[in-house]
Design a protein around this ligand. Structure first.
Ligand code: FE
Ligand code: FE
Ligand code: ZN
Length: 277
């Protein structure tokens, strides 16, 4: 059984997201923990959360993949911005504790001229402070395209953050567009890329995927998502991904330029590529 879903709006609460997910044949989903470009979080309603937890169980959903705000830059040079980002992270994690067993994915951020080493140390410091021992939600670093001074544009940079945090329960979310744009040949050599991932990061750390085609050729470092099959990765890459034994049991989230009908069609397409269904 594949766990497929897309980004959904959290504006009407959790039960509404579960209903919307079911209406498009999704069995996982992502949502922004707060306005993706702002920082305000909505107040959760405990009844809504209870109802959502029950319908997630009934619907045999895979883990949800909540997404931290794009503006949360834990590796920025400005100390006050970093303090703010760290407080946003801590607040996100506190709220997500209400959804144990699910995932929280975020962008490691941009070091903006400070250098990779300083950026890595700062992200790690914020994570160590925010992740209580035995924290019930798995925190995931997203693989990035390496645009500008973005951290996480190579498996080695993610490894450096994992090492600096020093916790076994910190994972990675692989974004297919980002990894391709960062230069890894997912279309030509999926097994080779996964071997490299395993050697540098360890496949046991891989907990979720973002499925996006890319508008640009490999190594472009642009980060422009395309619909599945409508970019440089192509449908066959996604056929290989959904059928790959190391990947097929992970939640896979679409972040393609789409509205709900488009996501429904992409989920149907991906399910049709599954050789076991
Ligand atoms: Fe992301
Ligand atoms: Fe992504
Ligand atoms: Zn992206």
């Amino acid at each position: 059984m594949l766990y497929l879903g897309c980004h959904l709006s959290a504006s009407r609460g959790f039960s509404a997201m579960v209903r919307t997910a079911r209406s498009i044949d999704a069995n996982t989903f992502a949502y922004f923990t707060r306005n993706p470009r702002g920082s305000r979080a909505r107040q959760e309603d405990p009844e809504d959360l209870d109802a959502a937890r029950a319908s997630l169980r009934e619907g045999s959903f895979g883990p949800l993949v909540a997404h931290g705000s794009y503006t949360m830059n834990l590796s920025t040079a400005r100390a006050e911005d970093r303090t703010f980002a760290a407080s946003v992270l801590a607040d996100d994690l506190r709220r997500l504790a209400a959804l144990p067993g699910n995932f929280y994915n975020f962008h490691p951020g941009s070091h903006v001229g400070q250098g990779v080493e300083t950026g890595v140390a700062q992200v790690a410091e914020a994570l160590r402070a925010a992740m209580a021992p035995g924290y019930p939600v798995t925190v995931l670093l997203e693989t990035m395209a390496g645009k500008g001074s973005e951290l996480g544009g190579s498996f080695q940079e993610l490894r450096a953050i994992l090492d600096a945090v020093g916790r076994e329960d910190l994972g990675v979310c692989l974004d297919t567009c980002h990894v391709w744009d960062a230069g890894y040949d997912l279309a030509g050599d999926l097994d080779g890329v996964l071997r490299e991932f395993d050697a540098v990061i360890g496949l046991s750390r891989l907990k979720a995927l973002h499925l996006n085609d890319s508008k640009n050729p490999r190594g472009s470092r642009k980060d422009r998502h395309a619909p599945i099959g409508g970019g440089c990765l192509g449908v066959e890459t996604f056929r290989a991904i959904v059928n790959h034994p190391a990947l097929r049991d992970k939640p896979m989230i679409l972040e393609t330029p789409n509205e709900l009908p488009g996501y429904r069609a992409e989920i149907a397409l991906l399910r049709s590529l599954d050789a076991k269904s």
